[in-house]
Design a protein around this ligand. Structure first.
Ligand code: GAP
Length: 531
């Protein structure tokens, strides 16, 4: 079925998923709150991500850093100098636009001229049609604040625009305390803030949002070569489903994380067919990046980015080394032992090759020599692969994917439409609704409460005793509850002793109802909910 963002947003409001922030005061553009259902959905997304990326792995640890950090971090990362979008104003109607989006909306492309931007010929304001536009100018997206009581330049700080930088800034603390050696990763999820020029598409581009980021540190290819004698590339057809291998170079690691992330999206419930990979072209790549692929989802408003997976070389740690004066190099025992077994001739030949390779790529020969000397001493600055996902974008993608309107015809031939959110059970905000068939029979209600209390210890459950049972099922369909358990007269064994301690389990997607013993209920639900 065709799904519109308006239909989805309307259900989200009605059923407590997403509300405009500060709505009673007219809201605030680019800010959204998650209600009772939305907060459960987001928590399940975060948990599923954490399980897959951290808990189920031996080579990833976590971090929970502050949102406001020393502003020098953002100088080192390049955000103070360069985290900007091009902005234009219409001089007639005063509407402000993000210049690249304004061009795209008119089938044009913003012209990049060195560090400056230019609007293409014929570009107009999409609000009033005027061509009387300012030249594009850079607008830094970081939110500024002041730390402490004095509001002067020395007190300026920023709300983080990404969670990633804290991982680099804490690298020296994490390495010894985690007792992990490269290759290993550090994961963090949490709030990020960007003063977007034009927040749009519901929660898709917000000013306050959450990210789930992994910085996975790997050996430079040259270190892999010294250890393994060769560097595996994609041409070697590595088994990306199996365990990572010591001879993998950056290209294989990057592809491995793309595959891992696709696998995770499928587990979270997004169909493979709605996920697209966009490989950035050489011209689009940041100067330090070796590759970057966006995982995109087919939203109702177009195919758009859910996550970026970048091979960022040693750029970030090198920047923090330069700006902080603290060495970001790691000692690699495997490398040290491998180098100790090399002859002098092998080392001379290796160095000559690396220097030649670096200089043909336009890099400095002296830097190449210093790098190889470091490798010979067992030291290097790790490179990084960064899968960086947006929690809110995924929540929106899951809502769009789950939304369905199903035409039904009842026994009397009456047509009806059932609205249902077909979430995967692992992601669904509520796992089980417990429904006493009637509320005015104390023994029946007491039995249902007993079932509810027990299930509630394991999962988010919903108690609903009001309205006809069919209406109650429909309410659960609208929030995507995969299972309803109805406790009825049969459960009490009053009509048929054989039915004593059995309940009706109703499946959301098929609407099938089966009678099962209470003793089997938990195991049946658990099997379906596991990621
Ligand atoms: N550390 C790398 C980084 O932050 P990014 O592509 O700017 O990369 C990563 O952001 C992800 O964060 C995006 O793929 C998207 O899912 C999410 N994201 C970025 N800006 C967002 C915004 N304004 N609103 C909602 N999500 C956003």
């Amino acid at each position: 079925m065709e799904k519109s963002l308006d239909q989805i947003a309307s259900l989200c409001k009605r059923r407590g998923f997403i509300f405009p922030s500060s709505e009673i005061y007219g809201g605030l553009n680019g800010f959204w709150d998650y209600g009772p259902m939305g907060s459960e959905l987001k928590r399940n997304i975060r948990d599923a991500w954490w399980h897959f990326m951290v808990q189920w792995r031996e080579d990833v640890v976590g971090l929970d850093a502050t949102i406001i950090m020393n502003p020098r971090i953002w100088e080192a990362s390049g955000h103070v100098g360069g985290f900007a979008d091009p902005m234009v104003d219409c001089k007639d109607c005063k509407k402000r636009h993000r210049a690249d989006q304004l061009c795209e909306e008119q089938g044009m492309k913003l012209v990049q001229d060195g560090k400056n931007w230019k609007l293409p010929e014929g570009c107009k304001c999409t609000a009033c049609g005027s061509a009387n536009l300012t030249e594009p100018r850079a607008f830094n997206l970081m939110f500024k604040t002041f730390v402490g009581p004095v509001e002067d330049d020395s007190a300026v700080a920023y709300l983080r625009p990404e969670t990633a930088q804290a991982i680099f800034a804490q690298f020296l603390n994490i390495v010894p305390t985690s007792r992990k050696a490269v290759p290993f990763g550090v994961a963090q999820s949490g709030k990020s803030f960007r003063n977007e020029i034009n927040p749009r598409n519901y929660t898709f581009r917000s000013r306050e949002f959450e990210q789930m980021e992994l910085e996975f540190f790997i050996r430079p290819d040259e270190a892999v070569e010294l250890i393994c004698g060769h560097v595996a590339t994609l041409a070697d057809k590595p088994d990306l489903d199996g365990d990572p291998q010591e001879d993998w170079g950056w290209e294989v690691w990057h592809r491995y994380w793309v595959e891992q992330r696709l696998k995770w999206y499928r587990l979270a419930g997004l169909p493979q067919g709605d996920l697209h990979l966009y490989w950035q072209t050489k011209e689009e790549l940041a100067h330090y990046a070796r590759a970057c692929v966006d995982i995109e989802y087919a939203f109702p408003f177009g195919v758009q980015e859910l996550e970026g997976i970048a091979a960022r070389s040693d750029f970030d740690l090198t920047q923090h080394q330069k700006h902080s004066g603290k060495s970001m190099e790691v000692m690699d025992d495997r490398l040290r032992l491998a180098v100790a077994e090399k002859s002098e001739e092998e080392k001379v030949a290796f160095k000559a090759r690396v220097v030649a390779d670096w200089t043909t790529r336009g890099k400095d020969a002296a830097a190449a020599e210093a790098f190889v000397d470091g490798l010979f001493a067992g030291r290097y600055i790790p490179h990084v692969i960064e899968p960086s996902a947006g929690t809110d974008r995924l929540a929106l993608a899951l809502l769009c994917n789950a939304y369905d309107e199903e035409k039904l015809v009842d026994a009397k031939g009456k047509e009806d439409v059932r609205t249902v959110l077909r979430f995967s059970p692992a992601i669904a905000p509520v796992k089980v609704a417990v429904l006493p068939l009637v509320k005015n029979k104390p023994e029946l209600k007491a039995k249902a409460r007993e079932v509810y209390k027990k299930l509630q210890r394991r999962w988010k459950c919903f108690w609903d005793e009001t309205g006809a049972i069919g209406r109650r099922y429909r309410r659960q369909d609208e929030i995507g509850t995969p299972f309803c358990v109805t406790v009825d007269f049969g459960t009490l064994g009053e009509e048929d002793p054989a039915q004593k301690d059995t309940v009706t389990l109703r499946y959301r997607d098929s609407m099938e109802q089966v009678r099962i013993p209470l003793a089997e209920l938990e195991a049946k639900i658990a099997a379906a909910i596991e990621l």
